[in-house]
Structures are given as structure tokens and as C-alpha cells.
Design a protein around this ligand. Structure first.
Ligand code: SF4
Length: 757
């Protein structure tokens, strides 16, 4: 009998990057436990980690390339599948130009080393302006505010949780999400420790989340009014002479402009519309100012609203004004070992965020960090004319469920002339594809969290080799990406992946050695390539980034990190607590923290006008928000029994007062109608939700034909996104507005239920 083996790996499922101890026999997973020696997670894992075994064994997962012939899916060899892609896409590019191809990238790519290092190669080969991703569904506002204030999209200060004494959370549920745009395994343990050392946690949210239940205080806030609330805190700090940036003062530009704008948002005025009393606003402002180690953090609920970028900006404005930015126990910048733009080039200055370099064809929405808002993808496919999208490549994404007005997007996917999906499932999106190219199971590929370690609450680096052997005849993601790149670059479906890889790493090296301030500026390309041998693929790229990164050995000129060191440390390498990084971290053209970037100043007028609206209370007209469940991870993990068993999670949460007014009881079916569409969903009455607000979790709606996710379809639920409007975006980031959606609710009468059946 084959011997068993213990491997250590980083969980690839979410941003927390927990260490796993995995026992295998051959390619069979016997057990999954938390790695107690992991330098970051110390043995913590959540229930999703156990599902990796079921995911690996899921019979619905696609293991071989699939080509669609009419309504039939046929298995194909890799060569035949790529030849089909070439036959489908090349004539479209030749006839209509590069913008006729769109690319959509889903969230799992953020946890995938191969995707992260080879996506730029694929995009370069595609040469299209129509690049979309899940980032404009739920996080782009934070990237835009970080880019404008600090110079790069991932210069996002994270709470220094190990030392914070006061934590103000808005629209975030880290006990369930395990942190987002803040990499922090075991959030429950970290928050409990914060409380044990006498600290305080305050949660502002229209829902009393699990995080709120553990917090010292929770306050309901009307969805979409976080920016007003935060501005009222800023107003108080200035009005009472509590604004004290301290050592940051010499690094700030725009303080006076923020002070002038804050005058429009006195607490008494904001209190009347946001649902939080004036005294509470004042007290929170006083507490923030008084705490020597405080952090304000906002997440998904603050991004998926019409003022998303303003909220994201005001979170950091508050951290600056209270002197907590870049201070131990406040919010700090991670110093990542590889891939961070805020450790590259000249310290302290850079070209800053460049936004709006092109616009979407139909609606004229500006580009953000190289991508267009996904809210406009459907219209780019539907609307005839020059530049119309005719072909689409999706990479581990399910926009048919996860993007606004998803019914419309589904209809538009059906209009495409050709579509390719790199995916493991025949799901609500990939059912429209002509070719599906399956990557290997996640545990059959190596792992390094290139993006998420840039947001970690402790400096760490952890590389894990594949736990499972790749089955013969499978391709890794990077090989799939490069073969697609070969087709798009006109090199044919059978282009030599090794040559494209060689060119890609050479380009990376040449760019780095030509960058002023680089740690390897002026070095010889050939010498560095030689030093990276015999590695190839993602490992060669990663080794290069580590060696030229802030802890690197600079290719032999000093002691420092190289990939071999990470390979020798299967539990990760601890690079120490967060350290102050201002001004070195800044990459703005001015070399300052831009506290009042012009786009923010312009958008504040829209916020000010919103103060004048009359927000009356109408029990039939409610505001819809999403919610997060520990056992759910967007749409793609609903095909696992271990995560979907038990009570129905896709229910409408409604406050008892509202339920009484609408004569709704637990378990009854309610009809939810927005201007876009309607859904019917079981009611779950709970006083955890704010009166006037209802909640449906996202990522459900697995009742569509043509998919092959049997467990998911047995727990179909409804898609909240068919209710949301593609027209509603945060103007600065293009992020979809998925929270605070106005809906009407009615009881579904038994007769109509039986009619429907
Ligand atoms: S919290 Fe995230 S990274 Fe940690 S075990 Fe759960 S899914 Fe994996």
C-alpha cells in the first residue's frame, strides 16, 4: 500500500492564507487540519478548509477540455481545444479589432500565483481595452482611494491588529469573511485578544453581524450613509480641535480642504439621516481621538454603495487625522516580500494612480487601474457598433451570478460569437462558452499569496509546493494562460509555451533593472536569468520577485530571501510585525499623502446634496443589502455538500416590525421586486437586521439550465443580483452599487405559489 504523506500548504480559498497540514495517500486526501506551526495562522482554519477534500473529489468538476457542439459538450484533447479557440477568436480579432475581445477575471485568481504572474502576459497579448474583473463588484473603491492618497492600488493600510486598542469597523464582518483587503487568519482570536487586553471594538453596520455580536458596541446605520457618518466624525475632530496628525503633518497635503468640506456634515445633521444619534457620533469621535492606538477599517458594505470611494477615502482620512496612520496599533502598511509596487522603484515618490486613460464605449465609464467597470460589460456586448464585444474569455469567474443586473448579462453572454472559459465547473457563466479549459485542482499547484501578503497584518512569506501530483495530461494555469496568449498574439494554438515564458521573465527582468531606484538597477539580464536556472513558470517569476524585493538577496549581493529559503520553511517565514513606512511607502508624484485628491473633492458635492433628500419611512419600500456566510465563498463553492448541508442559507432576513407590517411569517415566501426584476424567497425574521432593511446573501441562484453542479442546483437559492441595476455605480471607481438597493416586498399568497407550481 502507498505510504501516507504529510504536506504543508496555504489554504487557497480566501484572503486569510491559513496554513494547512494535509495527509495524503497517493493523490487521495486523508485529512486536513490547521498547521499549528504556521507562522501566521498558528493552527487556525475555518470550515471551508475541510471542503478542499470534497472539492478535489467533486465528480462535477471538469477534468478535461470541453468543446461545445450545439447543445452537446464533447471532451477534447488540449491541442484540439486550443485549435478550436484559435478558429473561434482569431477571425473575430481580424475582422473587428482587439476590442472585440473582452476578458473577465474572477475572484479565485487573487489566490493563484500562476494567474497573478501570467495574467499581464495574457492581457498584453490580447491588447483589448475591454478588461473586466470582480474587483469592480466589491473592492475597487478602496483601490482608487489608496491609489489617489498613497500612490498605488494596493497601498492599503491595514489595522495593526496585534497592537490596536480601539477598532472601528464599518460594513465589515471579518469574523465570517476572515478579513478582506486585510489578510488576518483567525479574526475571532485576534478580536478576542484585542478585547482581553482592554481594547474596544465598535461596529457600524445595518446588520448585527457575528462580528458585531462579539464587539463592545454595535450601531445600525442606514445603508449607503457611511460617508456621511465618517464626515461627521471628521467634522467633530476639526470643530473640537481634536485633529492631530502628529508626525504625519509634514507628509500631508490638503488638510485645509478636508476641513472646509467637513463643515457641511455636522453630526446633528448627519444623525437625522444615517440612523446614528448625534451623541453617539460625538462620543465615537472623542474615543477615536483619545485612543493612543486606534484603527478605522471599512470593507465590503462600504465599497458596494454609491459613495464607495468617498467612504474608503474617509476611513483613511480619519486614521490620518487621529495620528493613527502608520503608527503601531493604528493602521499600517505591510512590507511584502514580493510583487508590491510600493516597495519598487524610488522610495517616497512615484507616478501615482493613473485613472481614466480610456472610457467604456457605450456609457463612457472611465478605466480604473487598467480595467473597465463590470457593470458595463453587458452593454458592451449588446450594443452594435465599432468596438462591440463579440468574444469573451472568462478566467475562474461567474459574472452571470456575481455582477449587477445579472439576467441582462446572461442574455448578453448568449449573444457572443465566441467564448472561452478557464474554469473547473460548467456553471451559470461557462454554460455559454464554446470551449472550457480546466485548470488542475488547487492542491495540485504551488501556492504563494502574491497579492494578499501585501495586505497582511504581520509581515510573512509562505510558499507551498503542490500537495497532489498533477494527473497526466493536465495543464497548469500558467500553461493555459500562455497558450491562450500565444493564440491572441498570432503565434498559433501550439505556440511554444517555454519560449513565451522565457520572453515574459526576460521582460520582467529588463523592466526592473531599468527602473531608477530598483535594488538591481543596471544589472545584466543574462546574469540574472542564469541565476534563476533551472526554475521555470511561476516559481521562476516568484524567485525573481523575492530576490529583487525588499528582503531579497539582490542576486547574491547580500544575505536575503530567495525562493529556496521559503521552500526550506514549510510553515512560512515570519518577517516581523508591521513597521512605520511613511514616507518611504508613498508613490504619489508629490511624495505626500494626498489627503484631498481632486476626484474626491469633486464628488463630495454629490454627498452634500444627498443630505438634502427626504428619507421617509415606507414599510413596502425597503433597502436591500447582502450578507456573508462562513460556509459560503461567492458562487463557486456551493457544489460541496459539506458547505451546503443544513438549513437553507439563502433566505430573506427581515426585521420583526417590518415582517409584522407586511404580514410575513417565518418560512413564508416573499416576493422582492426592484425596478429590474423580482425574486421569491423564504422569509427569516430576525432582529439582527435594521428596520427598513432586508438582506439576501450573494452568489446563489443555481437553478439555471445547462449547468452541471448537482449539489448547487439542489440548494439553488435566488440571485440577489438580478435585482441590482447595472446603471448604478460609484462614479469614481465604477464599482457596482449592490447595497442599499430600493426594493418592494410582498407576501406571496398561497394561490400564486400553487399557480407557479
Ligand atoms: S479562513 Fe480562509 S484561508 Fe483560512 S481556512 Fe478558511 S477558507 Fe481557508
Amino acid at each position: 500500500m502507498t505510504a501516507t504523506k504529510i504536506s504543508y500548504a496555504t489554504c487557497p480559498l480566501c484572503e486569510a492564507t491559513c496554513g494547512l497540514e494535509i495527509e495524503t495517500r497517493g493523490n487521495e486526501i486523508l485529512s486536513i487540519r490547521g498547521d499549528t506551526q504556521d507562522v501566521f495562522s498558528r493552527g487556525y482554519i475555518c470550515p471551508k478548509a475541510y471542503s478542499l477534500k470534497e472539492l478535489n473529489e467533486d465528480r462535477d468538476c471538469i477534468r478535461e477540455p470541453m468543446v461545445r457542439r450545439g447543445e452537446q459538450w464533447m471532451k477534447a484533447s488540449w491541442d484540439d481545444a486550443f485549435a478550436e479557440v484559435e478558429r473561434g477568436i482569431t477571425p473575430i480579432l481580424q475582422q473587428y479589432g482587439r476590442d472585440a475581445l473582452a476578458i473577465y477575471v474572477g475572484n479565485p485568481n487573487a489566490h493563484n500565483l500562476a494567474s497573478l504572474v501570467y495574467l499581464p502576459v495574457l492581457l498584453h497579448a490580447a491588447g483589448t481595452h475591454n478588461f473586466f474583473s470582480a474587483s469592480t463588484v466589491d473592492q475597487m473603491p478602496k483601490h482608487v482611494s489608496a491609489g489617489l492618497m498613497f500612490g498605488t492600488a494596493l497601498s492599503i493600510p491595514v489595522p495593526d491588529l496585534e497592537r490596536t486598542e480601539y477598532l472601528l469597523l464599518l460594513g465589515a464582518n471579518p469574523l465570517v469573511s476572515n478579513g478582506s483587503l486585510m489578510t488576518a487568519p483567525d479574526m475571532r482570536g485576534r478580536i478576542r485578544k484585542l478585547c482581553q487586553r482592554g481594547g474596544k471594538v465598535v461596529v457600524i453596520d445595518p446588520y448585527r453581524t457575528r462580528t458585531a455580536q462579539e464587539a463592545d458596541e454595535h450601531h445600525f446605520i442606514r445603508p449607503g450613509f457611511d460617508a456621511h457618518f465618517l464626515f461627521a466624525l471628521v467634522h467633530t475632530l476639526f470643530a473640537e480641535n481634536l485633529a492631530a496628525p502628529g508626525k504625519l503633518s509634514e507628509h500631508i497635503a490638503g488638510l485645509e480642504q478636508v476641513q472646509a468640506l467637513a463643515q457641511h456634515f455636522p453630526p446633528e445633521r448627519v444623525a437625522a439621516i444615517c440612523g446614528i444619534e448625534e451623541d453617539t457620533i460625538l462620543r465615537i469621535a472623542h474615543e477615536l481621538a483619545a485612543s493612543p492606538r486606534a484603527a478605522v477599517y471599512g470593507r465590503i458594505g462600504t465599497c458596494t454603495q454609491s459613495f464607495g470611494t468617498l467612504v474608503s477615502w474617509l476611513v483613511d482620512v480619519l486614521n490620518v487625522l487621529t495620528g493613527n496612520l502608520d503608527r503601531e496599533g493604528g493602521t499600517m502598511f505591510t512590507r511584502a516580500a514580493a510583487g508590491a509596487h510600493n516597495t519598487a522603484g524610488m522610495p517616497g515618490k512615484g507616478r501615482g494612480a493613473r485613472l481614466g486613460r480610456w472610457k467604456s464605449r457605450v456609457r463612457g465609464l472611465p478605466e480604473v487601474f487598467g480595467e473597465l467597470p463590470v457593470a458595463c460589460m453587458a452593454e458592451e456586448i449588446e450594443t452594435p457598433g465599432e468596438g462591440q464585444v463579440k468574444a469573451l474569455i472568462t478566467l475562474a469567474g461567474n459574472p452571470a451570478l456575481s455582477t449587477p443586473n445579472s439576467h441582462r448579462l446572461q442574455r448578453s453572454l448568449g449573444m457572443l460569437e465566441f467564448m472561452v472559459s478557464v474554469d473547473i465547473y460548467l456553471n451559470e457563466t461557462t454554460r455559454y462558452a464554446n470551449v472550457i479549459l480546466p485548470p488542475p485542482p488547487s492542491l495540485a499547484r504551488s501556492h504563494y499569496d502574491l497579492a494578499l501578503y501585501q495586505l497582511a497584518v504581520h509581515n510573512v512569506a509562505h510558499y507551498s509546493p503542490p500537495v497532489l501530483e498533477r494527473e497526466p495530461g493536465t495543464l497548469d494555469e500558467w500553461e493555459i494562460f500562455l497558450r491562450l496568449a500565444g493564440i491572441l498574439a498570432g503565434q498559433g494554438f501550439d505556440a511554444d509555451v517555454r519560449l513565451i515564458d522565457d520572453r515574459s521573465v526576460t521582460t520582467l527582468i529588463q523592466r526592473e533593472i531599468a527602473t531608477p531606484g530598483s535594488r538591481i538597477e543596471g544589472r545584466d539580464t543574462g546574469e540574472l536569468l542564469e541565476a534563476l536556472k533551472p526554475r521555470r513558470g511561476p516559481e521562476r517569476m516568484l524567485d525573481f520577485m523575492l530576490r529583487s524585493g525588499p528582503y531579497g538577496d539582490r542576486f547574491g549581493t547580500q544575505d536575503g530571501l530567495i525562493l529556496a529559503i521559503l521552500e526550506a520553511h514549510p510553515h512560512g517565514v515570519d518577517l516581523g510585525p508591521l513597521q512605520p513606512r511613511i514616507p518611504e511607502v508613498l508613490r504619489t508624484p508629490s511624495g505626500k499623502i494626498e489627503l484631498a485628491p481632486q476626484p474626491m473633492l469633486s464628488d463630495v458635492e454629490r454627498l452634500r446634496i444627498s443630505l438634502e433628500h427626504n428619507f421617509g419611512r415606507d414599510h413596502a419600500q425597503m433597502l436591500l443589502i447582502g450578507r456573508r456566510d462562513l460556509r459560503s465563498n461567492n458562487s463557486w463553492m456551493h457544489n460541496l455538500h459539506v458547505l451546503t448541508k443544513g438549513k437553507d442559507r439563502c433566505t430573506l432576513h427581515i426585521h420583526p416590525d417590518d415582517a409584522a407590517h407586511l404580514a410575513l411569517s417565518n418560512g413564508e415566501i416573499a416576493c422582492i421586486a426592484s425596478g429590474e426584476d423580482t425574486v421569491e424567497i423564504p422569509v427569516e425574521i430576525t432582529d439582527a437586521i435594521m428596520p427598513g432593511v432586508v438582506s439576501i446573501p450573494h452568489g446563489w441562484g443555481h437553478n439555471l439550465s445547462g449547468t452541471n453542479m448537482r449539489i448547487a442546483s439542489e440548494h439553488a437559492g435566488v440571485s440577489a443580483n438580478i435585482l441590482t441595476r447595472a446603471e448604478d455605480v460609484d462614479p469614481l471607481s465604477g464599482n457596482a452599487v449592490l447595497n442599499g438597493v430600493s426594493v418592494k416586498i410582498q407576501k406571496v399568497l398561497a394561490t400564486s405559489l400553487s399557480d407557479a407550481s
